[in-house]
Every structure is written in C-alpha cells, then in structure tokens.
Ligand binder design. Structure first.
Ligand code: MN
Length: 204
C-alpha cells in the first residue's frame, strides 16, 4: 500500500500573513507531494511496500537505501512541519515545557536566540529542530533530508530552512522567517503533547 501524504491540518491561507497561501500551495501540493510520490514509486513492489512511513525510515536507514530514505524523511519531516505551526499564532509555552526551556536555555528569549542561531548556521538546505535528548531540550540542525525521527532524539518542533519554504514570502531573509516562526507560528501545544507522551512508560 502506498504511503499517504499527511494531511495539512489547516487551510492553505491559515498562516497568513506570515506564510502566504501561495507558499503553502507550492510547499504542500508540489514539494511535499513530490517526495511522497517519489517514495511510492521507489517502494512499489518491494518489501517496503506494506510498511508504515516510520518503518520505511528505519529499514532504509539500516539498509543504506539512500533514495528511499531521503524521500521518506522528507515526507515525514513535512508532515511534522505542518503540525509544528498553528494558525492564529502561538500562546507562550507553559507548564513542564516552559520549565524545561528555562532550565535548558535560561529563558524563552534564550531559546529563541539559540534556535535562530542554529537555523542560520545551517548552510544550504535543511531543518532546525527542538528535540528531547536524554531528558534535556536541545536545538539541532540537520542537512537536506536528514532528521532526528527514529533516533534517540525525540523531535518536538521543526522548521524547514530549505529556500522553497520561505523564498516567495521572505526572499533571502532567512532570519526574519525564523523569527516570525518563533514568535507568531510555533504550536507549543503540539510540542508539549509530544513531550508528555515521551515521558510515559511504553506499552508492552
Ligand atoms: Mn519543504
């Protein structure tokens, strides 16, 4: 069975004025869809065929199937990206996640600075992430398709820093795009729910 493209959890214009409808149409309908389509073309009729997207990622990492891995990661990363943003802007994080932000980054501003720095340091295409790593929050960057999914680092938020994610709205101003994401778009409820789930004992 083919891997399905994860649904956009809001309308194409829901993130305006920060991310335009036009960007979302290109990003979801062309870029994201093309990774899913390429992945499905690569796995059709192989022993990847009836696996979930996460299982495809694990198997392709293990077996070094680079083309499958890259397209599967990009399919997953984009689904995670859509959920990392919320229409109408973000409330401040609160509760456990805010306490951890304060202990691991000093303050919410400290986190914003760290995330911005890391997102700007990513040379060329890639992603910036907030992850939970052995009980601590960390900001990391990954190049091209690479992703913490399926590793010991649990992703809580991501931002796409490929130019296709921001060029129509921000041209080359990656910094302004990153700052807008942090102050206007982050879905803290999503990150907090993932952190809570990560703390729970695994079902047998
Ligand atoms: Mn993208």
């Amino acid at each position: 069975m083919p891997v399905a493209q994860s649904l956009l959890p809001y309308e194409y214009d829901a993130l305006e004025p920060h991310i335009s409808k036009r960007t979302m149409e290109f990003h979801y309908d062309k870029h994201h869809r093309s990774y899913v389509d390429k992945l499905n073309a690569l796995i059709e009729g192989t022993d990847y065929d009836d696996l979930s997207l996460e299982q495809v990622i694990d198997k392709a990492r293990l077996e070094g199937d680079t083309a499958i891995l890259n397209n599967a990661l990009q399919a997953w990363n984009h689904g995670f990206l859509w959920q990392s943003m919320s229409p109408g802007g973000s409330d401040r994080p609160e509760g456990t996640i805010m306490n951890m932000i304060e202990s691991d980054f000093g303050s919410l501003d400290g986190f914003f600075e760290r995330f911005t720095k890391v997102a700007l340091e990513q040379f060329g295409s890639g992603w910036a992430w907030l992850v939970l790593d052995a009980g601590k929050l960390r900001v990391i960057r990954t190049g091209n398709a690479e992703s913490p999914v399926g590793t010991h680092q649990i992703p809580l938020l991501t931002l796409d820093v490929w130019e296709h994610a921001y060029y129509l709205d921000y041209q080359n101003e990656r910094k302004r795009y990153v700052e807008t994401f942090l102050t206007k778009l982050v879905n803290w409820d999503f990150a907090a729910a993932l952190m809570k789930a990560a703390d729970q004992p695994k079902a047998a």
